[in-house]
Design a protein around this ligand. Sequence first.
Ligand code: HAS
Length: 555
Amino acid sequence: MTTMTEKAKDLVKVDPRDGKLALAHVYVAFVALLIGGLCGLLQTLVRSGQFTLPWGIGYYQLLTVHGVLLALILTTYFIFGFQIAAVSRTAGTLTDKQRLLGWIGFWTMTIGTIAAAVMVLLNKASVLYTFYAPLQAHWIFYVGLALVVVGSWIGGAGQISKYIEWRKTHPGQPSPLLTFMVVVNLAMWIICSLGVAVEVVFQLIPWSLGWVDKVDVLLSRTLFWYFGHPLVYFWLLPAYMVWYVVVPKIIGGKIFSDALARLSFMLFLIFSIPVGFHHQLTEPGIDSFWKFLQVVLTMMVVIPSLLTAFSLFASFEIRGRELGGKGILGWFKKLPWKDARFVVPFIGMAAFIPAGAGGIINASNQMNQVIHNTIWVTGHFHLTLATSVVLTFFGASYWLIPHLTGRVLTKQMNKLAIIQAIVWAVGMSIMSGAMHIVGLMGAPRRSDFSTYGGAAQATDWIPYQVAQAVGGTILFVGIILVLYIVANLLWFAPKGETEFPIGEVSENAEKTPMALENWKIWLTICILLILFAYTVPVIDMIQNAPPGSIGYKLW
Ligand code: HAS
């Protein structure tokens, strides 16, 4: 039974000034979802071979808007909004200075986003979300992206500073789990985004301004992927925060182990960066030994996800049995299947099982030769990012937004949210399933051709491409539904108190060793591993650099 003090603790509110900052980020995230999602729908229609884009809009232009808005803007803004609220809720209200850093970061990112978006819309930067050289965008696009990164550092500094302040005022105590997780995610983000900052500032901006004629393509892609793989964990870790800390509370259970959760986050910090070569396994110019080493490290970064799966199953089973579930699977039925705050992220977790298995296939050198640059990879990241992560973000929005706006999720909206997640799962299974299969049949990614001039092999791909369009259309219905629920929670839902759920650690869990919060140890291992995995191959790339490439604008 919940006591009065527990009830009061559950209703600890995020300070309204911090809430406003968090909400500003959430607004941008959902605007990005609307525009980016619409572009996604149009793309699948074009790929089906049955539809031509009107008004001279280019396929790659559309694909760039889709990728940049959904993979970079929706994610970064939602994550920052969520993290600000999480730090404020668990480590205490931000100081004026920390909040100011948050606002400066927000506006720097937003100016950068607008600058980059304008260039894409003017068709001056149709270089896709990975902006691979030698495709060359307008310099303002690169400056815009640089501002997004710099803004995230400034906003992130506000959150980290709260954590440092908390530790100073609570010596010898482990920090609140959620704040700790936020700081691990930011540490990883700052270390990895240094790579893309170097690429953009020292290579792409001077080249696009015409100060230098040529760019070293291999080096630029290496710097990009040094950033690009930890980027996917920067998306994933906030979903893991919800899975580890929030979901146990929603189901009425406990966090299985605080120490295990912290260990898995620290393993992400050390292993997620020195693995970028698994995106470059087919790239000439990198010695196979270094590719092998980074593939081994990639298999290491799978371990914290396996720990997470174990911990989640444990939390679910313990709770289900407490509620009287019997036999091998009886506990499963006892989980709260009518609560959208649980069901929506749960569908995300379930999707992560095949999604993660796909990642392990990608990382295996020989199998990577089969799937690289095929639309299988697009299928992979629509399961990982666009299902596991995004559904978890939707599920979190259903308590985070009303918590911040002082409203409640009504019964009807709760039902609609579950329907939304089912629609999403059906649409994504069709679309991503078709992408995986047709990818194995050789269909390329990043291509607006559908029939390839009537080539026999491409004819076999058409039915799958039609299936992608069907799935994409269902997903667009899912986007309309989630936007409807979000609009309701922002402006129309009844006023009331909504809990920001924070789980408590099980009384049977072992005490958390303080070594898990010893940053000197973990950052040293992290930096040593990065130096080990990258120093020799990067020196080799620079010393034996191929002739650089001029810029191409192929759109
Ligand atoms: Fe990946 C390409 C390898 C995870 C995103 N990945 C991409 C790209 C993106 C992306 C965007 O090695 C394309 C980049 C581009 O544009 O070129 N990926 C991996 C590996 C993992 C992995 C080894 N990826 C992710 C996540 C992403 C993401 C997470 C976004 C959020 N990926 C690759 C490789 C490539 C790649 C290669 C390059 C391919 C190429 O050649 O271009 C691992 O981290 C996956 C580990 C996950 C698991 C699953 C654990 C399961 C859990 C759920 C438990 C469920 C429960 C519920 C408890 C081992 C935690 C119970 C449910 C019931 C039904 C009972």
